[in-house]
Design a protein around this ligand. Structure first.
Ligand code: COA
Length: 256
């Protein structure tokens, strides 16, 4: 795999403790430094990283870039090729979000990517330095739970209720692998592609997962008739995703 894009993750020390009014400025400062580092690694000149009045990146001199920030981590990538990046803190979300983020067919593809990881576990080829497999427990199991629950839940109304039952199921699956890890892979993949296109998450429904990458660390996703290759990295309770057309991505952790 020829590396063409370096994705840089950088920690914001004590980022959670930064007063809310200063948080955005600090996150941007860290993200821009990570962008500089990404450009340097790719042999690109550092840049002004201009944004329009809505904060949307402005690409100049054929250099594409994207960054994302959470309170404790930022992620950034600059490239001579179109690129989008996202990072999310893995935390439980509303169960309804499983349906909002992907269809049953898409979840099945994500589930299929486990087959690749099984090959890897049995000694088959695996991309070295890649993130751990896409989780042991899949949101489609949870989707099956949500579907089955109305009848079960109806009989439970007035006691623990269906919501409590579903939450209990999440707890059970979480004991053998966090199902929300997988959810965040899908979420970040789609958001990264939308950012590469400079559109908002309102277009998430227009992103379709078409396949898993052979190395088991990524997904192929279609948006506006173009295929994007998304590569993931899991780090410190966060999931990062980089979307490119070529797939040649390497992750680097930059000291805080
Ligand atoms: C762009 C968007 C996906 C970013 O998601 P987010 O989780 O809020 O923020 P992230 O940390 O991932 O990224 C923030 C960075 O994305 C970049 N960005 C902003 N708008 C962008 C766009 N349209 N396309 C690509 N990148 C964008 C900026 O660099 C921003 O950093 P800044 O705070 O320094 O301006 C989201 O804010 C969005 O959808 N905005 C458009 C509004 C919209 O369509 N809303 C739909 C509601 S359903």
């Amino acid at each position: 795999m020829t590396i063409q894009t370096f994705a840089v993750l950088r920690q914001i020390p004590n980022g959670d403790a930064i007063p809310r009014r200063n948080r955005s400025a600090t996150q941007r400062q860290y993200a821009r430094a990570a962008l500089d580092e990404s450009a340097r690694l790719a042999g690109l000149p550092t840049h002004r990283w201009s944004q329009d009045a809505d904060g949307v990146p402005v690409f100049e001199a054929d250099i594409y870039w994207s960054y994302a920030h959470k309170p404790r981590w930022v992620a950034a990538a600059a490239s001579a090729q179109p690129v989008g990046i996202d990072i999310e803190h893995v935390v439980p979300r509303r169960l309804e979000m499983l349906d909002e983020v992907a269809t049953a067919a898409e979840w099945a593809i994500v589930e299929g990517s486990l087959a690749t990881n099984d090959v890897a576990r049995s000694g088959g080829p695996r991309h070295s330095g890649g993130p751990p497999p896409l989780g042991e427990r899949l949101p489609c199991e949870l989707r099956a739970s949500t579907r089955a629950e109305p009848q079960v839940g109806a009989s439970l109304r007035g006691s623990n209720g269906p919501t409590a039952l579903l939450e209990a199921r999440i707890d059970q699956t979480a004991s053998t692998g966090d199902p929300w890890q997988v959810f965040h892979h899908v979420w970040t993949a789609k958001e990264a592609i939308l950012k590469a296109h400079r559109v908002g998450i309102g277009r998430m429904d227009d992103c379709t997962i078409c396949g898993a990458l052979p190395a088991g660390d990524g997904l192929r996703v279609r948006f506006e008739c173009a295929d994007w290759l998304v590569r993931f990295h899991r780090h410190a309770d966060h999931v990062a995703a980089v979307a490119t057309r070529h797939g040649g991505v390497a992750y680097r952790i930059m000291p805080g």
